[in-house]
Design a binder for this molecule. Structure first.
Ligand code: NAD
Length: 480
């Protein structure tokens, strides 16, 4: 079975312990490769390498640093097909989606931050006739970057690209469930001539390798994307160590559909925002609120189109919904279906595991699921399910839907469908979410802030602010 290796000090190496975990292909329900079960010793080696590399990397002219990162982006583009297949095999997503979204966005992350670093400037302030203040920004040192399994290479590069571009060196850990594209990425870094120790990738479990990164005293900034419960644990460890902390966490996003919407656009985009990547995107709109005047029409049309979605082999170009990432996650999602029934919900379509034939006979597939008849405050509508499951609820007034939308502890993203411009702005202003889409979903401009409010995250930003996160500011005040 193929062995994935750690990438430490510019070399692909075995974990010190020699221990490996099985890496599953969720569409087949079988292990297909081995991933290092790294521990604190591997993190120590990676951190030492990153510390050694920091001086030269941070002092390298930014144009030269940028050129290496852009070369990596070029190599991602060159290997699009191979990376997309690896991402699909690891995570269960349709290969078509990986080709169209995950991998192109990974190279866009590299390119965006590589070029942003060239254009980055810091501020100077003339204070009357009395003083000049100028701000310098220097990279924080070794950064720890930890990413989840749902958009593996996309979110991995979203963290490491700004860190490297800002001049930090990095110890990174992808999810143990989806390590393959990060492994292939480490080979691209070698090919691009990234100096040894600048990026170190330690594979393994969150509780072991991940925790060792968070606890390491020489890793001074942590950029984490994952679940809110894990984020709390990370904050509890890192905050007393005064580490810089960026947490991008879970969501339970409202998708609000007013009666005056462009109905066709609202329905077709809501299909994507509900079931893309098997609903395993933190930005998926899992709670759909529909104004009562079009509620029945919407439910009927939405259910009918959902029934037509092809659930199948992720490698098949026709497949719209692939496998869930793991057996444990499938069980968790099916557990929420049971809960929804106990809470009085009606399952309009889906709700069950799906058995396929052939290669995928033992895979972790489930039917896209639509539930109605639940209150906005029940557990099904308050907790993140992170699967192909949505609820639909009617509303009568703007005030009412705002109360429903804002009723969870999360505040990541929201979608609003209306042709009324004033209402769009008013509702957007009153929803407590970090990202609001009006009449669209998943559009991204990398210059904009990214991330959530409330328990969906802290310290997250986009554009130049993401570069700034990996720097320390110093103000120099010169008296005139
Ligand atoms: P997770 O929190 O279980 O794991 C995320 C990463 O953290 C993994 O690499 C894991 O190994 C590591 N980890 C786990 N425990 C750790 C610890 N104690 N110390 C250090 N690292 C640890 O999340 P997941 O199940 O991989 O991903 C799904 C979650 O991620 C969902 O809640 C989803 O909403 C969220 N997410 C958020 C965003 C966002 O931008 N806000 C994007 C994608 C996913």
């Amino acid at each position: 079975m193929q062995k994935i290796l750690n990438y430490i000090n510019g070399a692909l190496v075995e974990p010190v312990s020699g221990n490996y975990l099985e890496n599953y292909n969720p569409a087949e329900g079988k292990p297909y490769s081995l991933v290092p079960d790294s521990d604190a010793q591997d993190v120590q080696h990676a951190t030492e390498a990153a510390q050694r590399a920091f001086g030269a990397w941070s002092a390298m002219p930014v144009e030269k640093r940028s050129a290496i990162l852009q070369k990596i982006a070029d190599l991602i583009d060159r290997d699009l097909e191979k990376l997309a297949l690896a991402e699909s095999t690891d995570q269960g997503k349709p290969v078509k989606l990986a080709k169209a979204v995950d991998i192109p966005r990974a190279s866009a992350n590299m390119r965006f931050f590589a070029t942003a670093a060239i254009h980055f400037s810091s501020e100077a302030h003339i204070t009357g006739q009395e003083a000049i203040n100028y701000t310098t920004r220097t990279p924080v040192g070794v950064a720890g970057c930890i990413s989840p399994w749902n958009l593996p290479l996309y979110l991995f590069t979203w963290k490491i690209a700004p860190a490297l571009a800002a001049g930090c060196t990095v110890v990174a850990k992808p999810s143990e469930l989806t390590p393959m594209t990060a492994f292939l990425f480490s080979k691209l870094c070698l090919e691009a001539g990234l100096p040894p120790g600048v990026l170190n990738i330690v594979h393994g479990l969150g509780q072991k390798a991940g925790q060792a990164i968070i606890e390491h005293p020489d890793i001074t900034a942590i950029s984490f994307t994952g679940g809110t419960v894990t984020g709390k644990k990370i904050a509890a460890t890192a905050a007393p160590m005064f580490k810089k902390l960026s947490l991008e966490l879970g969501g339970k996003n409202p998708n609000i559909i007013f009666a005056d919407c462009d109905f066709e656009n609202a329905v077709s985009t809501s299909i994507h925002s509900s079931f893309s990547n098997q609903g395993e995107i933190c930005l998926c709109g899992s709670r759909i609120f529909v104004e009562r005047a079009i509620y029945n029409r919407f439910v009927e049309e939405f259910v009918s189109r959902t029934k037509k979605l092809v659930v199948g082999d992720p490698q098949d170009e026709q497949t719209k919904v692939g496998a869930l990432v793991s057996e444990a996650h499938l069980k968790k999602v099916l557990g929420y279906i049971d809960l929804a029934k106990q809470e009085g919900g009606t399952i309009h379509t889906g709700g069950k595991q799906l058995k396929l034939n052939g290669r995928c006979a033992d895979g972790y597939f489930m039917e896209p699921t639509i539930i109605t008849g639940l209150s906005h405050s029940c557990r099904t509508n308050q907790e993140e399910i992170f699967g192909p499951v949505v609820t639909i609820m009617p509303f009568d007034t703007e005030e009412e839907v705002l109360e429903y939308a804002n009723s969870t502890t999360y505040g990541l993203a929201a979608t609003i469908w209306t042709e009324n411009l004033k209402r769009a702005h008013r509702v957007a202003a009153n929803i407590k979410s970090g990202i609001i889409w009006v009449n669209c979903w998943l559009f991204r401009d990398l210059r904009t802030p990214f991330g959530g409010m409330k328990q969906s995250g802290v310290g997250r930003e986009g554009g130049f602010e993401a570069l700034k996160f990996f720097t320390e500011a110093k103000n120099v005040c010169v008296k005139l």
